[in-house]
Design a protein around this ligand. Structure first.
Ligand SMILES: [Ca+2]
Ligand SMILES: [Ca+2]
Ligand SMILES: [Ca+2]
Length: 453
């Protein structure tokens, strides 16, 4: 992954959270590939390819040597091997697709895949880089050599992997140990992520954001057989709506078969595949710096054609929205819970005068990290977008935002991986409480808010 913007880094550090920008270490270990496995694996790979429907055959795909997708086993925490005797075979993929599920193959390139609320099969074997949100249901992600799949919402209680032409004994499961942040550009080997590594090459086959490696076992893996690939040959005749080509392919509420091209594709469940429950927040849900504010916030979300619209309001706040009064210094009565120096804190904020779309600096930010659902609590101060926050009196106001989200940002949103933080400052009503520059209310757009239909 690329390092993130230096301005955002300083913002990050000033909020007292880890700002290490180190990226994934490129290290192809001269490793210990066991003798005698290469030829059978290659033969199996060829048999798997031939068993695919004709429009999915891979033709001499290039080798992916990008160092960002490789890591040495001494750069990860608690690496462990799969016990290949405990990994079952799967001879039928077709039956893993739910009655409203999809079959999604983005093929080569740098792709984004957002699957459905039912059980889907996603093929991540095109030797590129895929960002995947699986949605709900029991989803199967097919892993193939030299392909990296970043999965934003892997659910160990429901989802699993199928190994295409990779012997399970070459699979290593580990926890990342990189403390670096950077919004969606957080390193693949983030301390928050589980890594699935092909130890022959050090290739990262999957990076599962915000998951614990200890939650994965051999039960999360099956070996893919040529029969399993062949079971997908009749999907079109069965009524799956097939779409092929480059760019964005948008599915229907029924069964879809979406096959991308060699370039960068976006396979998308469709706007009618998801809805949003109202998102609420309060001081006690602030993470990592809970506040004793009695203020509350409610936001409503809408996503149409890649545009996220957010509107809502806050009330009962201790402080006015940060920067809403044109201030360039922090009110001495405001409480900075990170322990940061107030001047350094505000200077850090002021270094990011607008977001990637040109929305001007405000104290209300969109961030990347889930909290408040089954995955645990995470935070990352990197700004993804700025909202408009307009006070209507000293304690309440209106929040709006309209953002054109990139496909991977839509994937983060629909994985429940974004949150809104309302930073405050200045004692508007003179009661001696001047808000929280580190954040007075956090509103998690988590799995309880995003609802696949
Ligand atoms: Ca593609
Ligand atoms: Ca799904
Ligand atoms: Ca569908």
């Amino acid at each position: 992954m690329e390092g993130f913007d230096a301005k955002q880094q300083s913002h990050d550090q000033l909020l007292g959270q880890a700002g290490d920008t180190s990226t994934t270490t490129s290290l192809n270990t001269a490793n210990t590939a066991s003798k005698g496995t290469v030829a059978p694996d290659a033969a199996l790979e060829q048999a798997l390819n031939q068993a695919l429907p004709a429009d999915e055959h891979e033709h001499a795909p290039p080798t992916n040597t990008n160092p960002a997708f490789h890591i040495a086993l001494d750069q990860v925490a608690s690496p462990r091997n799969l016990d290949s005797k405990k990994v079952q075979q799967d001879a039928n993929l077709r039956d893993n697709i739910g009655t409203r599920g999809d079959y999604l193959n983005p093929r080569g390139g740098t792709n984004t895949v957002i699957a459905s609320g039912d059980s889907d099969v996603i093929r991540g074997t095109g030797r590129g880089f895929n960002t995947i949100t699986t949605g709900t249901g029991k989803d199967t992600i097919i892993l193939g050599k030299e392909t990296t799949n970043r999965i934003f919402d892997f659910d160990p209680a429901n989802d699993r992997f199928a190994l295409a032409g990779i012997n399970p004994k070459n699979i290593v499961i580990a926890q990342g140990k990189n403390p670096g942040k950077g919004g969606l550009a957080q390193p693949l080997d983030s301390v928050n992520n589980t890594l699935i590594i092909d130890k022959r090459s050090g290739h990262i086959l999957a990076s599962l954001t915000f998951t614990k490696a200890t939650d994965l076992t051999e039960n999360h893996f099956v070996k893919l057989t040529p029969e399993a690939n062949a079971s997908l040959k009749g999907l079109k005749e069965e009524g799956f709506k097939t779409q092929r080509g480059n760019g964005q392919l948008t599915g229907t509420q029924g069964r879809d078969r979406l096959i991308g091209g060699d370039g960068d594709d976006f396979l998308y469940v469709g706007d009618d595949g998801v809805k949003f429950n109202p998102a609420t927040g309060k001081g006690g849900t602030e993470f990592p710096f809970a506040t004793d504010s009695s203020g509350t916030t409610e936001l409503n979300l809408n996503l149409q054609k890649g545009v996220l619209k957010v509107s809502g309001n806050y009330q009962g706040f201790d402080g006015l929205p940060l920067f809403s009064q044109g201030e360039t210094t922090i009110d001495p009565k405001a409480r900075i819970l990170s322990g940061a120096d107030p001047k350094a804190l505000v200077d850090g904020f002021l270094k990011v005068p607008k977001d990637v779309e040109g929305n001007l600096l405000s104290g209300t930010h969109l961030h990347f990290s889930p909290a408040g659902d089954s995955r645990g609590n995470f935070a990352d101060a990197t700004v993804v977008r700025f909202f408009e926050n307009t006070p209507t009196d000293a304690k309440s106001g209106k929040i709006t935002g309209e953002f054109e989200l990139k496909p991977e940002e839509q994937a983060a949103l629909l994985a429940g991986n974004l949150y809104v933080n309302l930073h405050t400052n200045i004692d508007g009503d003179g009661d001696g409480r001047a808000g929280f520059p580190t954040g007075e209310n956090r509103i998690n757009l988590n799995r309880n808010v995003v609802q696949f239909v």
